[in-house]
Design a protein around this ligand. Structure first.
Ligand code: G3P
Length: 249
């Protein structure tokens, strides 16, 4: 870790029930959390209100998605304004599941991020390559293309955290090695320096996601350019998520 305050996000994805979420919130409320880490959790939309009214203010709330513009006749969508209304501070955009399962492209993701930022929601901007892209030596190209779409759209990087999540590491138990993650984080920082500004490159937090757990987070966190984590599966277990948050170095 090296840039800015350590940041850990828990992406609960499409998991949970009122009961399981109430248990998770109780665990998080009683966890001892280090001071020097920003902590955010992203519940499914339908439980955000429940989490907001029961979770400690120490932890901020993110949505897992948001509509690209003002609300209205967009069946099944949730607007940025509605998310702010119920107390969300963040939204995740560009997650690999939305890119590759739902089919969102980089331009749409860039536009959604721009809208969220102009309305005052902070953005966790996700990038990452698939296994075949890594094997074909295209890791950096894929990440740069995804980064460019954010850069072309966002009005400022002040409220953006970049999450590098190699698709092959997500939900597979195959975590990237600290060296593999560090290598891409450095490349992302260099890209920002060259294409945005040296200031943005040195101030933007770049967090890692993909099979992070209580057993591997400390080693990853030691890397100079790993400024935190985006955690899926392990964020559904309060004590383990707390230990990942506390791996801040
Ligand atoms: O957004 C976090 C995520 O994609 C990583 O998931 O389950 O591999 O930690 P997981």
């Amino acid at each position: 870790a090296g840039t800015g305050k350590f940041f850990v996000g828990g992406n609960w994805k499409c998991n949970g029930t009122k009961d399981s979420i109430s248990k998770l919130v109780t665990e998080l409320n009683s966890a001892k959390l280090e001071d020097d880490v920003d902590i955010v959790v992203a519940p499914p939309f339908v439980y955000i209100d429940q989490v907001k009214s029961s979770l400690t203010d120490r932890i901020e709330i993110s949505a897992q998605n948001a509509w690209v513009g003002k609300g209205g006749a967009f069946t099944g969508e949730i607007s940025v304004e509605q998310l702010k209304d119920i107390g969300c501070k963040w939204v995740i955009h560009g997650h690999s599941e939305r890119r590759h399962v739902i089919g969102e492209d980089s331009q749409f993701i860039g536009k959604k991020s721009a809208y969220a930022l102009t309305q005052g929601l902070k953005v966790i901007a996700c990038i990452g390559e698939k296994l075949e892209e890594r094997e074909a030596g295209k890791t950096f190209d894929v990440c740069y293309e995804q980064l460019k779409a954010f850069a072309d759209n966002v009005p400022s990087w002040d409220d953006v955290v970049i999450a590098y999540e190699p698709v092959w590491a997500i939900g597979t138990g195959k975590v990237a090695s600290p060296q593999q993650a560090q290598e891409v984080h450095v490349a992302v920082r260099e890209w920002l320096s060259k294409n945005v500004s040296a200031e943005v490159a040195s101030q933007t937090r770049i967090i890692y996601g993909g099979s992070v757990n209580g057993g591997n987070s400390a080693e990853l966190a030691k890397q100079e350019d790993i400024d935190g984590f985006l955690v899926g599966g392990a964020s559904l277990k309060g004590p383990e998520f707390a230990s990942i948050c506390n791996s801040v170095t």
